[in-house]
Design a binder for this molecule. Structure first.
Ligand code: CP
Length: 307
């Protein structure tokens, strides 16, 4: 059974195909309004979410399907000790496809091993968030026309930021990519991502603590929130939370066609005065997320023979 647990589960060609379908949905939404009639998406969210859960729900409704699910672990039988494996087997009796977010790394993988329907990883701990990456890729594609020869700066919490890990993995398969890692010492990109992704694929990268120094060379600036929920103590979070705040004056030396991205939610990392800058793309990412999740649901349901 085909699932999406890690962005690398899909080939470059398959991702291109998904982006093509997502663009067609944007242009011709009426073609897609009934394809999933009678089908059910189960959203199993053991961790809070606004965009991912609601965009999955909107996606399924816009495909003519229905949605069941829960939005917190406490309202499911996980609170009584039920395992992820048993939950996946149970939901397979009720739904056609699962989108799961879980605080434990690997939980959606376990679900996929036990479900008889496709499982989509909607974020697992500090590990991966492949559907955010699909939203990011669609945004980059629409802004830049492709993925080659881009200098991409990742700024903020690169240690716990699962969207950063997934996007670096995805971009590592294109040519001419350069990566600039901007973070405090304590929140540097994990060495396993540097070794297994950047070094292994020969992606040139630099590390810095200075956002101002890095900005002029960037085609894309991917800002991230410091992930309070992954810290072991509040003191460290409070010390690091405002390490980077993007304000208009910091863009003085930025490229005119810079794309400013953020997976959201935003806390303090981007001043709201940037929102009206034509280079701000983060609310475009939100909308693109719905379209690419529609394309993903269609792909997995087709491969499972359910539509
Ligand atoms: N980007 C993202 O995953 O947002 P939510 O946590 O609101 O789903």
């Amino acid at each position: 059974m085909r699932s999406l647990i890690d962005i690398l589960d899909f080939s470059v060609e398959e991702i291109e195909e998904l982006l093509t379908v997502a663009n067609d949905i944007i242009d011709n939404p009426q073609k897609y309004g009934e394809i999933c009639k009678g089908k059910k998406l189960a959203t199993l969210f053991f961790e809070p979410s606004t965009r991912t859960r609601l965009s999955f729900e909107a996606a399924m409704y816009e495909l003519g399907g229905n949605v069941i699910g829960f939005s917190e672990a406490n309202s499911s039988s996980a609170s009584k000790g039920e395992s992820v494996a048993d939950t996946a087997k149970t939901i397979s009796c009720y739904a056609d496809i699962i989108a799961m977010r879980h605080p434990k790394e690997g939980a959606p993988f376990v679900a996929a091993q036990n479900a008889t329907i496709p499982v989509i990883n909607a974020g697992d701990g500090g590990h991966n968030h492949p559907t955010q990456t699909l939203a990011d890729l669609l945004t980059i594609y629409r802004e830049k026309g492709g993925f080659n020869n881009l200098t991409v700066g990742f700024c903020g919490d690169l240690k716990f930021g699962r969207t950063v890990h997934s996007l670096i993995n995805a971009l590592s398969r294109y040519s001419g990519i350069r990566v600039v890692l901007i973070s405090p010492e304590e929140l540097k990109l994990p060495s396993y991502v540097k070794k297994d992704v950047l070094l292994k694929n020969g992606i040139p990268y630099t590390q810095t603590t200075s956002l101002e120094d890095a900005i002029p060379e960037l085609d894309i600036l991917y800002m991230t929130r410091v992930q309070r929920e992954r810290f072991f103590n509040e003191e460290d979070y409070l010390r690091l939370k405002d390490s980077y705040v993007l304000e208009p004056k910091k863009l003085t030396n930025a490229k005119k066609d810079l794309s400013i991205m953020h997976p959201l939610p935003r806390v303090n990392e981007i001043s709201v005065s940037i929102d009206s800058d034509p280079r701000a793309c983060y609310f475009k990412q939100v909308l693109n997320g719905k379209y690419v999740r529609m394309a993903l649901i269609l792909k997995l349901l087709k491969e499972a023979g359910r539509i």
